[in-house]
Design a protein around this ligand. Structure first.
Ligand code: FES
Ligand SMILES: [Fe+2]
Length: 341
């Protein structure tokens, strides 16, 4: 094991924290985490085009025997695989008498309504109009032009990812009472990491951030760069450099640029679901972890992907328990005019 931070960062995944700083003695980050900087980054993210594409879920969950169902901005949506294995999508309301197609089976690529047998092969039929669907291999998206109201794009803005052949992917989904912007704002505040998630992150320094509200219109320059160590156990940590960008209005990408797993990405997609029964907005967080490593052992790990995915999802779930509380708090304060600043 290597205890030197610089050489250790290049050669060995694990380091031993030599001078572990207690949580309350770490440097406060609130002066740097300027609300105007976060608000500026959020505003620029929201101005970027999405082409009306919304993430529905994991590609892996779009199966041949039943549809994947989700409500997006109040619209029921179903996605399934047609006879050729292609993802197809459309409204989740049967055009005959309104049966919930989320409960209907798929037979040989055809969605068969379980109320009276109306069969949908993914093409327009009897007043049912499909939505454009896109399967990027990790996530599946639908285009809802009536919801987005932007000029449509032929395909969603999919972040650059490590090559599928050498990557391990897992998708976590959580839901909170907030709007997509509250989820994005949480991800554009990297300063909270070691304070708010001390069980996961230590020794966090934001080494680069946009300067202010109007800085860095160019998306590639509009980034937060963070040196941080992931906690493994006790004083064992994995130090990395991570870069956060927002390629679209509802997406934040964290890319590991140095250290173990360089090239790995964590994509956070915020999907508006629609109001709950009290009229409050609900938002899904769909987070895709696409992990890569050049280490020989990683090929073995990829072989164990079915075992590892639940672990990756559990780790994401632990973080999102707190981050959704952050996003929900932000929304609740905004909704009542009490958000600071
Ligand atoms: S409601 Fe679907 S076939 Fe009648
Ligand atoms: Fe967080």
């Amino acid at each position: 094991m290597n205890t030197g931070s610089t050489s250790g960062r290049r050669r060995l995944p694990l380091s031993l924290r030599r001078r572990a700083v207690p949580w309350e003695r770490q440097r406060p980050t609130w002066r740097e985490a300027r609300p105007a900087v976060i608000a500026g980054a959020l505003k620029r993210a929201r101005a970027r085009p999405s082409g009306n594409w919304y993430v529905v879920g994991a590609s892996r969950d779009v199966r041949g025997d039943r549809p994947l169902a989700r409500t997006v901005a109040g619209r029921e949506v179903v996605v399934w695989r047609d006879a050729g294995g292609r993802a197809v999508a459309g409204p989740g309301i049967c055009p005959h008498l309104g049966a919930p197609l989320r409960d209907s089976p798929v037979r040989c690529g055809t969605l068969v309504c379980h109320w009276h047998g109306l069969a949908l092969d993914g093409g327009p039929f009897a007043g049912w109009e499909p939505f454009p669907a896109h399967d990027d291999g990790v996530l599946v998206w639908v285009r809802l032009d009536a919801v987005g109201g932007e000029p449509p794009l032929d395909a969603p803005v999919v972040p650059r990812r490590p090559a599928e052949a050498r990557a391990l992917s897992a998708v976590y989904t959580g839901v909170g009472t907030c709007e997509p912007e509250d989820v994005v704002a949480n991800r554009l505040d990297p300063w909270h990491g070691a304070w708010f998630h001390p069980y996961a992150f230590v020794d966090l320094t934001v080494v680069g951030a946009p300067d202010g509200p109007d800085e860095d219109e160019d998306e590639d320059e509009d980034r937060f760069t963070v040196d941080v160590s992931f906690k493994v156990a006790g004083r064992l940590v994995v130090p990395v450099r991570a870069v956060f960008t927002a390629p679209g209005p509802r997406t934040v990408v964290m890319r590991i640029t140095e250290g173990e797993g360089a090239g790995s990405v964590v994509e956070t997609h915020a999907v508006p679901l629609g109001p709950d029964d009290r009229g409050r907005p609900r938002t899904a967080v769909v987070e895709a972890v696409v992990a890569a490593s050049g280490r020989p052992g990683f090929a073995v790990a990829r072989g164990a992907a079915p075992l590892l995915r639940p672990l990756v999802r559990a780790a994401a779930g632990r973080l999102w328990r707190d981050d959704l509380a952050y996003a929900e708090r932000r929304w609740a304060l905004r909704a009542t005019g009490r958000f600071p600043g």
